[in-house]
Ligand binder design. Structure first.
Ligand code: GLN
Length: 403
């Protein structure tokens, strides 16, 4: 096929078509979700999209069944059932030592994904800038575009993903309205240290910007670390939207239960936006969500221990096979340098891996605004049973490196 000719394949986001809005023409399909489809197509072990291949706690499943039987089958209050909002407030106090009002400071959404989109739509005017650390979870690109915001990327440098103070300061300017933080971080596994949170807080205050913080991996931290919510530091509460959800902590990614915690004035607008986007999250599952958040400390300890085992297994596999990577401090991903394998780029590598080796990963370029910056990286996700990770390790052995 000749390049540039009539028959050239174009992705939908490149087609100028007056039937579709300008705003949706500037971002492609999710590469993460696409890799899951390819994994299913080729019967590959799916280490691409981050979701567990094991079940939620039995008590939580039972609570969902009971809620269906007990009549929670119509809309809840649009911003969340009282029981679930109370459980969210109690859990913020329990884990972050910070008191919030379930009636004034909590909005329940369809996953953290909707919480993020509803927050961005509620905060950003077209042309205002949002600071985003890079590499970044791919949703933040479309979140910015759909809300009209202009992203200002701040590099977290490979391999240890440290944030350079100078780079961060330079990203803030007169049009900065918000910063998106994600700690523990997807895809890097970085837990942003308290000193950096302090710096982020100071810069947000100096520029009167809002910190929108995605803390969905709050309970998946390693080596004795504890997650710190930036909203609890100094005077940050008044300018922070804290987003989290149940997907990762309770292995219920299909339930779509997320939430935003914010000061009253911001909660009021996020509620309104959320109402017109989705009306509400599934009522019976919210009732089960309230039960989940009451799980004893031992549940959260076991979660960390189990994830530590999975991390050790995947990390040692990758190291022994010649991938250059560093151990994640939190979340459940490992970014790995694939240079030793001699492929043209990350996409070719990922395509080969899913088709010929039988393991799906996410090409690193999908986490960068300039794809070439991630072309030597791929992301492995490890929310999987040890047997799954062992099977993946066997398959990965088929691919030789020339180290
Ligand atoms: N956060 C998960 C990932 O990065 C997936 C989330 C999603 O696909 N909605 O893979």
């Amino acid at each position: 096929m000749s390049s540039g000719g009539e028959g050239q394949h174009k992705t939908s986001f490149e087609i100028p078509d007056r039937r579709v809005s300008e705003r949706v023409q500037h971002f492609p399909e999710s590469v993460i979700r696409e890799m899951t489809r390819l994994a299913n197509l080729h019967g590959a072990i799916n280490l691409s999209q981050g979701f567990p291949d094991f079940d939620p706690p039995q008590e939580v499943v039972e609570a969902a069944k009971a809620a269906l039987e007990e009549g929670y089958n119509q809309y809840s209050t649009t911003w969340g059932s009282e029981a679930f909002r109370e459980a969210i407030a109690t859990s913020f106090l329990r884990f972050q030592g910070f008191e919030v009002d379930p009636d004034e400071n909590v909005v329940v959404t369809c996953g953290a994904t909707e919480a993020m989109m509803a927050s961005m739509l509620s905060l950003m005017n077209p042309g205002e800038e949002v600071v985003i650390f890079e590499p970044f979870y791919e949703n933040y690109g479309p979140d910015s575009i759909m809300s009209g915001a202009i992203p200002r990327f701040v590099p977290m440098e490979w391999p240890d993903f440290r944030v350079e103070e100078e780079g961060l300061k330079e990203a803030f300017g007169p049009r900065t309205k918000a910063l998106i933080l994600n700690t523990p971080n997807n895809p890097t596994g970085k837990v942003i240290p308290r000193s950096d949170l302090k710096l982020i807080g100071d810069l947000c205050e100096d520029h009167d910007a809002v910190c929108v913080t995605d803390e969905i991996y709050e309970h998946i931290v390693y080596d004795g670390r504890r997650h710190v919510s930036v909203a609890t530091l100094g005077d940050m509460w008044e300018r922070t939207v804290t987003i989290s959800g149940l997907s990762k902590t309770f292995s219920v990614t299909g339930w779509r239960l997320g939430y935003a915690i914010a000061p009253k004035t911001l909660t009021a607008v996020i509620r309104r936006t959320h109402d017109f986007l989705t009306v509400g999250a599934p009522h019976p599952l919210q009732m089960a969500g309230a039960r989940a958040l009451e799980m004893p400390d031992s549940y959260f300890e076991a979660l960390r221990e189990d994830y530590t085992e999975r991390r050790e297994l995947l990390f040692s596999t990758l190291q022994s096979l010649g991938y250059h990577c560093i151990k994640p401090e939190g979340a459940y991903y490992i970014m790995a340098d694939i240079t030793a394998f001699g492929f043209e780029n990350d996409v070719e590598f990922a395509q080969h891996l899913v088709k010929e080796v039988g393991v799906a990963v996410v090409p690193g370029s999908s986490f960068f605004s300039h794809p070439e910056e991630g072309k030597f990286l791929v992301r492995f996700a490890f929310p999987k049973r040890l047997e799954t990770l062992e099977m993946a390790a066997k398959r990965l052995e088929k691919l030789g490196s020339d180290r």
